[in-house]
Design a protein around this ligand. Structure first.
Ligand code: URA
Length: 212
């Protein structure tokens, strides 16, 4: 049975220190490893980077109350991968359909930047999560850090699978597809690296791939 990392996880000194600071500053926040969202029986796993300070780190649900969720969740709903109203809180009743959402690193990092050591420390959780999804067919990576973390978690060479927005990588050993998208971050949206329309196309493609 897959278990998300608990507060007992003490692998990342920098993230533990940040967690302690945040606990003092924002005692009402979750301030711990963020649980994944959605059913383990889903065919799709969406992997982000790491929780945002005032978003997932507050709500204990990935992308929830994060700007990136304002792009991600409406797009999922538009293409039938979610139902209900996304209310930016964990108990909003919003439900994912055939999709699970997680992160490469499960604790909030300072300045939204994770280190290679933190990705490596969190890797066993991603590996266990993937192994616990019996119907998994497509992993959608949001951003190149997630792309690299997924490849490494599954034992593929990063150099053999170049990250590109919209790229579809066949992971032959696993019979899965790794689909890449730019991250839905505020920075990417504000700089027009990614638009809501571009992201809609990714989710539309995800839907088509599931029909194949
Ligand atoms: N960005 C991410 O990559 N993950 C979250 O959970 C929130 C914001």
């Amino acid at each position: 049975m897959f278990k998300c990392p608990s507060f007992e996880c003490k692998k990342c000194p920098r993230l533990l220190e940040f967690r302690a600071q945040n606990q003092l500053k924002f005692p009402q926040y979750h301030n711990g490893p963020v649980e994944s969202f959605g059913d383990l029986n889903a065919e799709v796993l969406i992997v982000g980077l790491a929780p945002g300070l005032n978003g997932a780190n507050q709500t204990n649900r990935p992308f929830t109350n994060d700007y990136a969720g304002d792009i991600l969740y409406p797009a999922l709903k538009k293409y039938g991968f979610a139902a209900g109203n996304y209310g930016k809180v964990k108990n909003d009743g919003f439900k994912l359909k055939n999709v699970r959402v997680s992160n490469a690193v499960r604790c909030v990092p300072p300045q939204n930047k994770v280190t290679a050591d933190e990705i490596a420390a969190c890797r066993p959780y991603l590996q266990a999560e993937i192994a616990a999804m019996p119907n998994l067919r497509i992993i959608l990576s949001l951003g190149s850090v997630s792309h690299g973390a997924v490849l490494q978690a599954l034992g593929y060479k990063k150099s053999a699978y170049k990250f590109a927005h919209g790229a579809e990588h066949k992971l032959d050993k696993h019979g899965m597809i790794l689909l890449d998208s730019y991250h839905t971050s505020r920075y990417n949206i504000n700089t027009n690296v990614l638009t809501a329309e571009m992201f809609d196309k990714i989710i539309a493609r995800l839907k088509d791939l599931l029909k194949q």
